[in-house]
Design a protein around this ligand. Structure first.
Ligand SMILES: [Zn+2]
Length: 477
């Protein structure tokens, strides 16, 4: 649901937008009563949602608001430096100290499901995950099982937010206050100790909620991550006016334009039209953003429409781009400086599951044929004698992304600054041209190289021998 119109007072920089999960068991095409936005009650949850961009308050380690406290911050997955990972932080609400094992299970179930769902499964090495063990004064959350049940809990989570039973709201202020105890925060999951179906997405706060004990909870969390991380629209058709009358949505997976006009104007998901997509193909299916008519979604029945479904092409592409906005393909590399043909230059990359990043090393700006690995050994390539400026480009060429502008901006990375002094004829890369090299070349004589093929013409012959003799006795020093 988009409550931007009612939630925030003028002057606040960030409009609040809370997205509800799909209705449990709701099949497509069945309408429920539209929500009357004007009749919604005031909600402290929305107030907190509005102020989330204020400076986060300092809190004493181990002590939180409302008498709750933190037992521990537990690393669930540590794949690398937080500065180059998507850092997921789980915070729990309504868990007593003796329920921390339940909390662990609720978090782990969500994370396992996330990493079984493309594209997160393909990019799980790009994520870290921590759970903050928040201990509440009472077990459970507000309005569970019925409206009017109140509990004293750390994050003040509750159902019936804005009059919608399944809308599980949280104090985002408190959620971030606790999440701050983790090494870094990119996305927060607020997990309620409840088995009642519910969840919510706070796209502008990069936060999602879900009921930790509900069988559909992991699906809710992933759906909400689609909102929070990809700023994706809901693709279901209930909850709003029958005919959509607003302007073009900002979300990439929702448009007022049909396939013909999208194609002719090269707009939104025109690149994907006709591509195979979750059982059918990408097109413009009427019905999206809580309305049946006048607005289109890219596929028939994706994750943003029904839980348990895959993300469609358009949403998948957007989520990968968002991951790469937070993670560079190169984690670290050999320091810039002077190298010789006996050294190696190494890259540590963040590797997708199921496909390799494309790596190309360059000498003086020209691609070096066959230099495509994480380790570059200059002595293995015929660079020619003298000093060479070495650089490298790493790019993720996954076909799940068609947006070449985004690929160039976010999904590729180049490094330079290495200078290699190459000794022609040093075929064993020991930094001196001597009888060992001569013996090596003679042994490879007549073959195709590359060992011994000093001039790179794919045959070891007298021309190579002549080059070696010309540089005989030279060393890297
Ligand atoms: Zn949603």
């Amino acid at each position: 649901m988009n409550f931007a119109g009612l939630a925030c007072t003028a002057g606040l920089a960030v409009g609040v937008s809370i997205a509800a999960p799909p209705i449990e068991g709701q099949s497509e095409g069945i309408e429920t009563d539209p929500v009357k936005l004007s009749a919604l009650p005031h909600s402290e949850h929305l107030t907190f949602g509005c102020v989330i961009d204020e400076p986060k308050p300092e809190i004493e380690p181990g002590v939180g608001p409302r008498g709750a406290f933190i037992a521990n911050v537990v690393a669930m997955i540590d794949n690398g430096e937080p500065s180059n990972r998507v850092d997921l932080v789980f915070v729990g609400d309504g868990y007593l100290a003796e329920e921390l094992e339940t909390y662990e299970a609720h978090c782990q179930t969500g994370l396992n499901e996330l990493f079984a769902t493309p594209p997160f499964s393909n990019y799980q090495n790009f994520f870290n995950a921590h759970r903050v063990e928040v201990i509440s004064n009472e077990s459970g959350v507000d309005h569970d099982p019925a409206q009017g049940t109140f509990r004293d809990t750390a994050l003040n989570m509750g159902y019936w937010c804005n009059g919608i039973e399944r809308l599980l709201c949280v104090s985002t202020f408190f959620a971030f206050q606790y999440a701050n105890n983790a090494p870094d925060i990119d996305q927060v999951f607020a997990v309620a100790n409840s088995s009642k179906y519910g969840g919510a997405g706070y796209p502008s706060s990069d936060l999602g909620t879900y009921a930790g004990g509900n069988g559909l909870a992991p699906g809710i969390a992933i759906h909400e991550l689609g909102h929070a991380m990809g700023d994706l629209a809901d693709e279901y058709t209930y909850g709003g006016p029958t005919t959509y009358t607003g302007g073009e949505p900002s979300a990439v997976n929702s448009s007022i334009f049909d396939a013909a006009s999208m194609s002719s104007s090269q707009f939104k998901w025109h690149d994907w039209l006709g591509e195979p997509d979750e059982g059918g193909s990408t097109s413009t299916f009427e019905g999206c953003n809580y309305s049946v008519l006048g607005i289109y979604r890219p596929s028939n029945n994706s994750m943003m429409r029904n839980l348990g479904r895959p993300f469609n092409n358009v949403s998948t592409e957007q989520l990968i781009i968002e991951i790469y906005k937070l993670v560079d393909p190169i984690d670290s590399a050999s320091p810039p400086g002077l190298y010789n043909s006996g050294n190696t230059i190494e890259l540590q990359t963040v590797n997708p599951v199921g496909h390799d990043l494309s790596i190309q090393w360059f000498s003086d700006g020209l691609p070096i044929s066959g230099a495509n690995g994480n380790i570059f050994a200059p002595g293995s390539f015929p660079l020619g004698s003298g000093q060479h400026a070495i650089s490298v480009t790493v790019v993720d060429e996954t076909p799940l992304v068609l947006d070449e502008t985004a690929r160039n901006l976010y999904m590729s990375q180049s490094l330079d600054g290495w200078t290699v002094t190459s000794l022609i004829g040093d075929i064993n890369s020991d930094c001196v041209v001597d009888t060992a090299d001569l013996g090596g070349l003679v042994g490879a004589f007549g073959g195709p190289g590359p060992f011994g093929d000093l001039n790179g013409d794919n045959v070891v012959d007298t021309a190579d021998l002549g080059q070696l003799i010309a540089s005989f006795g030279q060393s890297c020093d």
